[in-house]
Design a protein around this ligand. Structure first.
Ligand SMILES: NC(=O)c1ccc[n+]([C@@H]2O[C@H](COP(=O)([O-])OP(=O)(O)OC[C@H]3O[C@@H](n4cnc5c(N)ncnc54)[C@H](OP(=O)(O)O)[C@@H]3O)[C@@H](O)[C@H]2O)c1
Length: 327
């Protein structure tokens, strides 16, 4: 798999990573054995970056990663996140003491002395302007409890603010065929600053596989059911903020543009990794077949000029009005 330098971390990672929110919770049940198989399949297929967070299943995703890695000789880069344990969820909670406690808990969950990367997990916007938070993270790098830190942002504006802090090694942002705004300013700015970009929600929570229709339903414990209107967290994290019926119809067009020879999911991931400034994409997967299908994007041909133009038309006609000026 093609490897790229991950911003200021000093690490090189494969262009297709694995998102592991599904292995913690919020996507219906993913049992212990399936989670282990997904992780093994990803690593066996050449994935070298896992994305997790301390709140995915309240630590279950991190713990499952620790267990899966324990018997293996190879060790991927593990990017975790901190900050959404804040209670109440407000900027004042981002104290040195709380950050210390969150980071130490992730070190225990993952069974390591030094975390490869801690990303601030979509904190309140004011946190990006709080130099004390970044000073605290610099202190954790200095004492060896983390090797590097980055941010996971909701909006382009938050990403641009975060880039003003020298120590920020990476930015994670929603980027997919239905979420293009980061291409305008954020990705060029990140590239100029030598900051790596992890593209999340690359399949718009599964919409961009083309496999759902207007009658598809999701279980009660799946955010695609309980967060449809942003009831639990930012609605942009569910179907990339695209209303479900709008997304289904647009995804049908995307599948036609991809054609019969290429799975739509891999086509959508190839689009992401070919955007200048992207380091890696982190699709989530609920089973081994999905992992393998996603890794296949790394060896696919780039999209043609006419396919790219057609995708842009679909965005402009069906999607832009719902998302572009929102995040
Ligand atoms: N705030 C944050 O920092 C934040 C927020 C969101 C996500 N993330 C990270 O980003 C990762 C990726 O985003 P995401 O998981 O939300 O969304 P995503 O990657 O866009 O979509 C994942 C879903 O797509 C479907 N899928 C994946 N591969 C497939 C394949 N080859 N064929 C058919 N269907 C496939 C599955 O849906 P089914 O379940 O229907 O099979 C899967 O659950 C997460 O796992 C997490 O690590 C971070």
């Amino acid at each position: 798999m093609e490897q790229r330098p991950l911003g200021k971390t000093g690490a090189e990672v494969g262009v297709i990573g694995l998102g592991t929110w599904q292995l913690g919770g919020d996507w219906g049940d993913v049992d212990e054995d399936t989670a282990a198989e997904v992780l093994d399949a990803a690593l066996d297929a050449g994935v070298t970056l896992l994305d997790t967070a301390d709140v995915y299943g309240d630590g279950r995703s991190e713990e499952r990663i620790r267990k899966a890695l324990a018997p293996r000789a190879d060790r991927p880069f593990v990017a975790t996140k901190a900050g959404r344990r804040a209670d109440p969820f407000e900027a004042a909670q981002y104290t040195p003491e709380n950050l210390r406690a969150w980071v130490d808990r992730s070190r225990r969950n993952l069974g390591v002395d030094t975390l490869d990367l801690v990303q601030l997990h979509c904190p309140p916007t004011a946190v990006y302007s709080d130099q004390h938070v970044f000073d605290t993270l610099d202190g954790f790098v200095a004492d060896g409890s983390i090797a590097a830190y980055g941010v996971s942002v909701e909006t382009v504006a938050e990403g641009l603010t975060a880039l003003q802090h020298e120590g920020v090694a990476t930015i994670q942002v929603i980027l997919n065929i239905f979420r293009r705004k980061p291409l305008e300013e954020l990705l060029p700015a990140a590239a100029a600053a030598g900051v790596g970009v992890l593209a999340r929600v690359p399949l718009a929570s599964g919409l961009l596989t083309g496999k759902y229709d207007e009658s598809t339903t999701f279980p009660a414990d799946d955010h695609r059911n309980f967060n449809r209107n942003g009831e639990a967290f930012d609605v942009g994290e569910t179907f990339a903020g695209v209303p479900f019926d709008v997304g289904v119809a647009a995804a049908r067009e995307v599948a036609e543009i991809a054609g019969d020879a290429v799975p739509t999911a891999a086509f959508a991931l190839r689009w992401v990794i070919d955007q200048p400034g992207v380091t890696t994409v982190i699709p989530g997967a609920r089973n081994v077949t999905q992992v393998r299908g996603n890794v296949a994007a790394a060896t696919m041909a780039p999209l043609s000029g006419s396919q790219l133009a057609d995708l842009e038309r679909v965005y402009d006609e069906r999607i832009r009005a719902h998302v572009h000026d929102r995040w």
